[in-house]
Design a protein around this ligand. Structure first.
Ligand code: ATP
Ligand code: MG
Length: 140
């Protein structure tokens, strides 16, 4: 899990998110990148489930940020796909989210790498020919 993992199907990705959530601590930032439809939102569903949240996780592509508060830690779920400037992220209250207790997870995080704090987990999602997914994990 430290260097990456392979998910054969959507259920496997959910499971990977669930397991990854076990090690997360308040203040952690998880930055997700990679192909359209590669499973970033699916992974976030696993994170929420792993934190014990019973809220339904949906893609925040239109709402831009969603908060799940029923788990052991709050989960703040961003999607930067539709944002054009880092100013827009800041106006959503980015700095306040970073200061709050809980986990911040961001889809399309490499759009504004300058906003990610040092120590963020960086996960790069790739769709393989057999439609399984390869995810590389590193820390900034
Ligand atoms: N191995 C796999 N891992 C994850 N998802 C898979 C896998 N195989 C098929 N899928 C399917 O791929 C889709 C992944 O969609 P998801 O919304 O999680 O991607 P995304 O990376 O968030 O896309 P976007 O870039 O649009 O935000 C789901 O419909 C899921 O069922
Ligand atoms: Mg998504």
């Amino acid at each position: 899990m430290n260097e990456g993992f392979h998910a054969v199907d959507a259920a496997g990705m959910l499971d990977a998110g669930r397991r990854f959530a076990e090690n997360l601590q308040s203040g952690d930032v998880v930055a997700l990148d990679g192909d359209l439809g590669a499973g970033k939102t699916q992974f976030c569903k696993g994170l929420a489930a792993g934190l014990g949240s019973e809220d339904a996780v949906t893609s925040p592509t239109f709402s831009l940020v969603q908060e799940y508060r029923s788990g052991r830690l709050p989960l703040h779920h961003f999607d930067w796909y539709r944002l054009e400037t880092s100013d827009e992220v800041l106006r959503l209250g980015w700095d306040d989210y970073l200061d709050e207790p809980g986990i911040v997870v961001v889809e399309w995080a490499s759009k504004f790498p300058e906003l990610l704090p040092r120590g963020s987990y960086c996960m790069s999602f790739e769709i393989l020919a057999d439609s399984s997914r390869r995810v590389a994990v590193s820390r900034t």
